[in-house]
Design a protein around this ligand. Structure first.
Ligand code: NAD
Length: 294
């Protein structure tokens, strides 16, 4: 059994990105610039945005944080998005979700220029992904595909079972693994909360991607020997022995399932770090105008 070390791999990719930035600097080129819009005081969102801006600094990117109060109106936020769309110095930007309830997230996503949509959430990028055209892949699926590729895990002809159908993980993952590509060519089954006989379906899986949000949901009797298990879940469970009173666990019952697997990602230290690194890769692509040209 091999533990897929997302933390180490993401550090490696970050150092590759940092070298690219050095080359750009030496050549007198424009330093990649990512902006993040943070609305309100959601503690998890603050942590995510801080990680993203810190990672930018680490690889030598420019980063800009745009903070808005929880009371910002939808129109004001759309104007902020338009200003970022029109700012030539900013290569790409993200609007951290979730947004306060009075703001329609769909409207905000649609206002982002697809050329700067480094989160890959705009329907234009999603559609291009589905068609196999150049695009910004959503960061978490991009991170998973990168892990499979860098660990040399064969996907062609394998049966991949995705658990969860969210727009940001499960659904794009099902598209990516089914397409004709280096990491792809799988036979994909996408499952969700209405799926019947999930355990039986999972036992036929060569590759499992779990994106459910229920701690330790995937048990050892649901996994066949030799499976590759990618655990996307990030769940807080109470733990009085920890200073902060909780610890993070995935959607997979790691201790019991890991011995059965050929490869498995831990939580924390698996998919999570790769997600931020993928955002940096998308920003680098944006600054090079690789997806949409100038
Ligand atoms: P979500 O929370 O939007 O939806 C959960 C999905 O699980 C739904 O599609 C639902 O149909 C499915 N589901 C719920 N109960 C089920 C059941 N009993 N059987 C089968 N399917 C069931 O999904 P999400 O936004 O993809 O998040 C899933 C998990 O992944 C969360 O823990 C989230 O925190 C985590 N996450 C991690 C990263 C990362 O970078 N590691 C990124 C995004 C999400």
């Amino acid at each position: 059994m091999t533990i897929i070390d997302g933390k180490a791999l993401s550090e490696k990719i970050k150092s590759e990105i940092a070298q690219e930035v050095e080359k750009i600097k030496k050549g007198g080129g424009k330093i990649p610039h990512l902006a993040a819009v943070l609305v309100g005081d959601n503690p998890a969102s603050k942590v995510y945005v801080r990680n993203k801006t810190r990672s930018c600094e680490k690889v030598g990117f420019k980063s800009t944080l745009v903070r808005k109060g929880a009371g910002v109106t939808e129109q004001e936020l759309i104007e902020t998005v338009h200003a970022l769309n029109n700012d030539d110095d900013i290569d790409g930007f993200i609007v951290q979700l979730p947004l306060p309830k009075h703001i329609n997230e769909e409207k905000i996503t649609l206002a982002i220029d697809p050329k700067k949509d480094v989160d890959g959430f705009h329907p234009v990028n999603f559609g291009r992904m589905a068609l196999g055209l150049p695009c910004y892949l959503p960061a978490t699926p991009f991170g998973i595909v990168t892990m499979l590729e860098r660990y040399g895990i064969e996907t062609s002809g394998k049966h991949a079972v995705i658990v969860g159908r969210s727009n940001i993980v499960g659904t794009p993952m099902s598209i990516l693994l089914s397409r004709k590509a280096k990491v792809g060519n799988c036979t994909v089954t996408i499952t969700h909360s209405r799926t019947q006989g999930l355990s039986g379906i999972l036992r036929q899986a060569d590759i499992i991607v779990a994106a459910i949000g229920i701690p330790n949901f995937i048990k050892k009797d649901m996994v066949q020997k030799g499976a590759v298990v990618i655990d996307v879940g990030i769940n807080r469970v109470e733990d009085a022995s920890r200073k902060r009173g909780y610890r993070l666990v995935g959607d997979v019952d790691y201790e019991a399932v890991a011995p059965l697997c050929s490869y498995i990602t831990p939580v924390p230290g698996g998919v999570g770090p790769m997600t931020v690194t993928s955002l940096l890769l998308n920003t680098l692509k944006a600054s090079r105008k690789e997806v949409y040209g100038s």
